[in-house]
Design a binder for this molecule. Structure first.
Ligand code: FES
Length: 274
């Protein structure tokens, strides 16, 4: 059993939990994820790791309350336990100081997995600018954390309540127009956002890594649920990713697959909570 040692509301839909999970905390690296079950027999929820503390043996996760299982997770409080917390899963992000200037782009809860990558790059002496986006200022999470690890921090919100009014690509285009040069872009967020970022960076040949978050079941490469097409080949996000070369990802297929079970997800929400 895995004890919840801290819990924080980041906005009315997004929460952070710190879990005592010694094995995961000892081994995990930026870019990896865990799969948790709230109670025995529950749906398995894959979540990327937002932070970890090897001394305290804790792992931080951030989740958006979108369905039955995340609503159930949100009902848990400090002192309660989770039945399963398996990981670290997936391939760690390739982060090294051969890159001199990196731009991180995080949309919504995509800021959570972006954070440990930028933190690690900054620790290695890489200069990192960051753009965080959300529908309004309340949806732009981890602002203080990113302030501490980024060279310059920019914001984009749909309603203009924080930073530039528009999308993260609005800011990206502005920075590039001003002559900013980046050796790599790391974009993590909703599929349409990552696709839009790649549509800017690909013609300019700025290497762009994205993190895929498809439907996952086992998380070990056995079920095929998380398959994505990358460079014309089938890859499994849970064992080959979740990071992939954004230039090679078939985003349209990924978006079709992501919406495949929307009806069933709504049905189970209504059935169990309604
Ligand atoms: Fe089953 Fe990746 S989650 S193969």
């Amino acid at each position: 059993m895995y004890k919840i040692v801290a819990k924080q509301k980041l906005n009315h839909l997004v929460e952070k939990m710190v879990i005592h999970a010694p094995f995961v905390a000892r081994k995990c690296m930026p870019g990896q994820f865990i799969i948790l079950c709230v109670e025995e027999g529950d749906e398995r929820i894959p979540l990327t790791i937002q932070d970890y503390d090897r001394e305290k043996e804790t792992v931080s996760i951030i989740y958006q309350i979108v369905g039955y299982s995340t609503q159930k997770l949100a009902q848990k409080e400090v002192g309660d336990t989770l039945a399963h917390f398996a990981g670290p899963l997936g391939v760690a992000s390739v982060l090294h100081n051969s890159k001199r200037r990196v731009l991180g782009i995080g949309g919504g809860v995509g800021a959570a997995p972006l954070y440990p990558q930028i933190k690690e790059l900054q620790a290695q002496g890489v200069s990192c600018d960051v753009i965080l986006g959300g529908r309004d200022k309340d949806y732009v999470i981890l602002q203080d954390e990113f302030k501490a690890v980024s060279n310059e921090l920019f914001f984009a919100t749909d309603d203009g309540s924080l930073g530039t009014k528009g999308f993260v690509t609005t800011v990206l285009n502005e920075l590039l127009a001003k002559g900013r040069q980046y050796d790599e872009v790391i974009a993590i967020g909703p599929l349409p956002m990552m696709k839009a970022v790649v549509s800017v960076t690909k013609p300019l040949n700025i290497p762009t890594m994205v993190s895929m978050n498809p439907i996952m079941i086992d998380g070990t490469g056995m079920c095929g649920g998380c398959r994505v097409t990358v460079g014309g080949q089938t890859k499994f996000a849970c064992v080959d990713g979740p990071d992939f070369d954004g230039f090679e990802v078939d985003f349209d297929e990924a978006m079709r697959r992501q919406s495949m079970y929307k009806k069933q997800e709504q049905h189970i929400c209504n059935l169990k909570l309604g």
